[in-house]
Design a protein around this ligand. Structure first.
Ligand code: ADP
Ligand code: MG
Length: 511
């Protein structure tokens, strides 16, 4: 997952074996493009498609990086992602409810990543020893895909990763879909004088993720109170200090209040001890200044080691875990999203322990399996030994991933062998080796800080889902699809030949 617009290092060569499509975009005159950009920026600023720039003042947001045009996306692949979302939600809820299974994996993994995976696990064990009083868990998930487009074959979504903590861009995704629809309706994409629409409206769907994700938070509140409407409890959003992507989060909070009458408050992890208190008997969590009771703790922080400045922040995470409030996510749910777990779940035998083929889900079950590319362990198991050879001998087919979230951590292709040789072999088991996906690239344009960048882009589709489940029994209480996100990025190389791209929010034109 990623919380800002910096995208990962990717080798420029990643896209060389893909064909490029340019005809999908209006080829505007310079003056038409200038007027498009004016309209785009003013729409974005007027409608909250904004972020804070680095070193911001609170009154100075800027328009979020976006593409000028929606990017083509195969209709069948778009539908596939929707079809499998509920089953993916269920799978990860079931994994999060299986402490024994997680223990077997995480306990070993913690040795390789003691600073973070180890601390999450240690905090969970402490919480368990103190007593976990809330069996319910709220999953706000996002499953990310790229489309493998091979000539003559049906385009297929392939999963990049499944995110179980702090999934972002549900707010801005809806906005960028509205933006591209506005520009299309306004005639800004039209090449003719008559200002007709360039795209058919039905091909430009708008994600309903603001409503759906805030409905998910409301679900958590309702289950906490065992009521079907607001009873005055509030949602605590745990945030990073000086978050730049704050508007993406606020859009959900505003919808939560206007659609459900549920207020929210924002605190950083380090503020938890001073600004909240726990009622000793009930373990209910309250905000000190207002005496508001918290029903749901929604984490938009706490997914990377840098979110924890000291042991005190870990202690605060523990306070929240042992409170009665429903966590989105619990520590176990967060751990279920580890990349190592994703690798293990590509094994049909293992996945079948959590979700079973039944007549209702049979199609979705095989569709779900079809989203996997090969992912290997790098340990001393037979599979792991094969993978070590693959990593050293044919690295161009792979990306190497550590147990980290948030972008910028992966090692690609030719860099893999040297990287592996630079660390002790016993530590390789902390990484997974994943086959590279090769998406089509498109000559869309990215607008960032008022400047247009015209380079090939590749896109990643995220599908959101929300689920309320009982972590003790594995029972699922509600399970919903919650819209989607398209992020696009390009590569631009510096003199060192190192490619450093950046991402933007985008929307789809279905084809
Ligand atoms: P993070 O938790 O840092 O977001 P990801 O697994 O999502 O980690 O990887 C980050 C980025 O690396 C993705 O957004 C994608 O652009 C690229 N990437 C990851 N896995 C693959 C893959 N198998 N094939 C192609 N690109 C990939
Ligand atoms: Mg990611």
């Amino acid at each position: 997952m990623a919380s800002d617009f910096q995208s990962d290092y990717r080798s420029q060569n990643d896209i060389t074996n893909c064909s490029m499509v340019t005809a999908a975009f209006p080829q505007l005159e310079k003056s038409q493009e200038e007027s498009l950009v004016d309209n785009l920026l003013q729409w974005s600023l007027a409608n909250g498609l904004v972020i804070y720039p680095p070193n911001f003042k609170s009154y100075q947001p800027v328009s979020a990086p976006t593409t000028l045009y929606p990017t083509p996306f195969p209709k069948v692949a778009f539908q596939d992602a929707k079809d499998v979302q509920l089953l993916f939600n269920e799978l990860y809820a079931k994994v999060a409810s299986d402490e024994k299974f997680l223990f077997g994996i995480i306990d070993e993994l913690a040795q390789f990543d003691s600073d973070f995976t180890g601390k999450l696990w240690e905090t969970y064990i402490k919480a368990k020893n103190q007593g976990i009083v809330q069996p319910l868990s709220l999953g706000i998930f996002r499953s990310d895909y790229m489309v493998n487009e091979i000539e003559g074959k049906k385009p297929q979504i392939k999963q990049i990763e499944f995110n179980t903590v702090s999934v972002s861009f549900g707010g801005l995704s809806e906005k960028v879909g509205e933006l591209h629809n506005y520009l299309n309706n306004h005639g800004d994409y039209s090449l003719d004088e008559d200002s007709s629409k360039f795209y058919k409206t039905e091909d430009l769907p708008i994600s309903d993720s603001i409503k759906k994700l805030s409905d998910g938070l409301a679900d958590g509140d309702y289950y906490y109170n065992n009521q079907k409407k607001s009873t005055g409890t509030i949602v605590l959003v745990v945030v990073q200090d000086r978050e730049r992507n704050v508007f993406d989060q606020r859009l959900l909070e505003f919808a939560l209040l206007s659609n459900h009458g549920i207020k929210s408050i924002r605190l950083t992890l380090s503020e938890i001890e001073s600004k909240t208190f726990i009622e000793p008997n009930s373990k209910k969590l309250f905000i000190k200044s207002t005496n508001d009771e918290v029903s749901v703790v929604y984490f938009r922080s706490g997914y990377a080691p840098t979110d924890f400045n000291s042991q005190k922040d870990w202690d605060n995470r523990l306070i929240l875990e042992t409170s009665k409030a429903i966590k989105a996510p619990t520590l176990l749910t967060q751990l279920a999203g580890a990349k190592k777990i994703q690798q293990i779940l590509t094994d049909e035998e293992i996945i079948s322990k959590f979700i079973t083929k039944n007549p209702e889900t049979e199609n979705n079950f095989s569709q779900l399996l079809d989203t996997f590319v090969a992912i290997y362990p790098l340990d001393n198991s037979p599979k792991g030994l094969d993978a070590k050879k693959l990593a050293l001998e044919t690295p161009d087919n792979f990306v190497l991933k550590p147990q980290r979230e948030g972008g910028g951590n992966n090692i690609y292709k030719q860099d893999i062998p040297n990287f592996l040789k630079s660390i002790p072999e016993k530590d390789w088991a902390g990484y997974i080796l994943m086959e590279l996906i090769h998406p089509q690239h498109y000559q869309n344009k990215i607008l960032r800080d008022g400047e247009i960048y015209n380079e090939p882009i590749i896109s990643e589709l995220g599908r959101f889902g929300t689920i309320v489940f009982n972590q003790e029994s594995g029972e699922i209480l509600s399970n919903n699809d919650a819209g989607w996100l398209l992020r696009s990025k390009f590569e631009s190389s510096n003199e060192g030949g190192v490619a450093a791209g950046f991402g933007c929010v985008d929307s789809v034109v279905l084809n």
